[in-house]
Write a protein that binds this ligand. Structure first.
Ligand code: ADP
Ligand code: MG
Length: 263
């Protein structure tokens, strides 16, 4: 579904992404792991159109989409999780979701102004959709809460919810579990699994929690120092000496134990 070909992104002398080729197959939940500074986020940012690559290309369903703007990729169904935008922080959770299909909040207002005749129906439709998403994410009780009052984990769920307001095909989640408690992490994993199973979403997930990755992702791709180090099933990856060396370092014994636990 997404093919990355000989992709590089350099920041001056830093080769953040260095000649990476990989595939995210349709219908997978692909994990992307690696130590801090490995280039994972930069890779996501190039794929999602935030950065132009230094060289190389990104294909979506066989079409070259290198250098397209984020909103153009968004229209083609390629989404990455949004940081919760500041201007939405004081808005209720439900309204945050209702903003998404039009992209920019400003556009939504212009649209409302000029096509006021259609607004009521459109708003009711968006509201119903938002409520369905909140129900799916077990956030219904927070619909009228300001987004800024959510916990870190609830904000992550809301980010995931934003991808559900449009017909996403492939969703990139960057550290979806960071700062999230165990219970919410399980809820996030459930939501990802259900979106995958029920709506056919393809995912690529960056996450440091190996347990989360092992339970959710197949395959798992490992990056280190801007390059792809290994790819395989989670238990193969976690038993791979090169991966343990590069990625886990002194935590290797735990990783091996985790890999055994996952079997
Ligand atoms: P990861 O997400 O795997 O932790 P990043 O992609 O964030 O890694 O970073 C990879 C490397 O690129 C790091 O050395 C980082 O400091 C550098 N880097 C990332 N973004 C920028 C930027 N905007 N400007 C300069 N260097 C950057
Ligand atoms: Mg990162």
């Amino acid at each position: 579904m997404v093919a990355v070909r000989s992709l590089s992104k350099w920041f001056g002398g830093i080769h953040a992404v260095d000649d990476v080729s990989l595939d995210i197959a349709r219908g997978t939940i692909t994990g992307l792991i690696g130590p801090n500074g490995a280039g994972k986020s930069t890779l996501f940012n190039v794929i999602a159109g935030l950065y132009a690559p230094t060289s190389g290309s990104v294909l979506l369903d066989g079409e070259d989409v290198t250098g397209l703007a984020p909103h153009e990729l968004f229209e083609r169904g390629l989404l990455r999780t949004f940081q919760l935008a500041r201007e939405f922080a004081s808005l209720p959770v439900r309204e945050n979701l209702m903003m998404v299909p039009h992209g920019q909040p400003g556009e939504n207002l212009v649209d409302a102004w000029f096509r006021s005749g259609r607004v009521a129906a459109r708003e009711a439709e968006l509201r119903a959709k938002a409520d369905e998403v909140l129900d799916f994410l077990t956030l219904s009780h927070l619909a009228d809460e300001r987004a800024q009052n959510l916990s870190g984990g609830q904000k992550k769920l809301l980010e995931l919810g934003r991808t559900m307001m449009v017909d996403a095909k492939v969703v990139f989640l960057d550290e979806v579990g960071a700062g999230v408690n165990r219970t919410l992490l399980a809820t996030i994993a459930d939501a990802i699994r259900r979106l995958h199973a029920e709506r056919g979403y393809t995912f690529c997930v960056i996450e440091h929690d190996m347990d989360f990755i092992a339970r959710l992702c197949d395959p798992v791709i490992v990056m280190a120092e801007g390059a792809v180090l290994a790819e395989g099933r989670a238990e193969e990856i976690m038993a791979n000496d090169a991966v343990i060396e590069a990625y886990l370092g002194t935590g290797s014994r735990h990783a091996k134990l985790d890999a055994e636990a996952a079997r």
